[in-house]
Design a protein around this ligand. Sequence first.
Ligand code: MTE
Length: 327
Amino acid sequence: MVLIHIPKPWEIPEREITPETIFLNRRHFIKNLISAGISTALLPIFGCENNPESTITPTTGTLKLESVTPNPAFTKIDRAITDESLASRYNNFYEFGATKSIWRKAQALPLEDWKIEVTGLVKNPRTYDLDDLRKKFPLEERIYRFRCVETWAMVVPWIGFPMKLLLEDVDPTSAAKFVRFTSYYNPKITTGPGLHFGDLPWPYTEGLRIEEMANELAFFATGIYGHTLPKQHGAPIRMVIPWKYGFKGAKSIVKIEFLDFQPATFWNTLVPSEYDFEANVNPNKPHPRWSQATERLIGKGPSFSWETRPTLPYNGYGEYVAKLYTH
Ligand code: MTE
């Protein structure tokens, strides 16, 4: 069964729903950027949470996906699925801006003729287009918990395929130890206001150990809520690593490289003391500026409310992944 969801109207301005902690955190974040030698030109950007674009109409650019099999291991979960009208309008996609309401700006992402280059330490380097992916990798649906490092959380019905299928297709050599994922970047298009100064380490990149990519939970999503991914969620293909904080899930992937060294990544390069490479969800390891002991689950209906819950180690996926971290 594919979950079909009819979006409901959502009319609450973001200033009423963005928790105070995020405003406060941003201020600290700015200080960090400044201490990292990054220009104060960023300051006005972080002040514009009250963005009129957050009061919006329907999700755009989504095609219903057929032939999707729900994976029975991931159909039940201990909390309600997040209303799509919330999940699709409360996003992080810094290439298009630093507010949570970048969904409209993200519509500038061009999807035509999308290619994903897989290269590096593999026996079968490949460049896939979307048709290749569809033919090679059967789609399934998985309902996963999603936990942002900023403490907000959701429950999302993703559609896509396990990363290990792609891994098997390209067949890494024994020298491959890490994988780098690179997001689409074109400074003429990904024009998040003020985000293109100084030394921000664009393009957005993320990385995994090869064993993490081979884990059965690691997923490439090409759809969500029964249809193709909207651009703000990282169309046409993004990473979903449910036991790690959300920033590990790079959006709009154009390149995957198999490496024999741990790659530099966007957030880890920018603020290494706050965003570590591993980034496993861990209630006992506070972020330097806030506790991770609890999380705020985004509201139950079409309007925002926050339900506080204890954070689960590995976001509740320890039975699948704890074995990867016995070192
Ligand atoms: N990928 C790219 N390319 N750019 C980004 O800014 N933000 C990350 C991650 N992937 C980000 C990204 C962060 S911080 C989070 S929490 C999730 O995307 C948010 O995913 P969502 O907007 O689909 O909920």
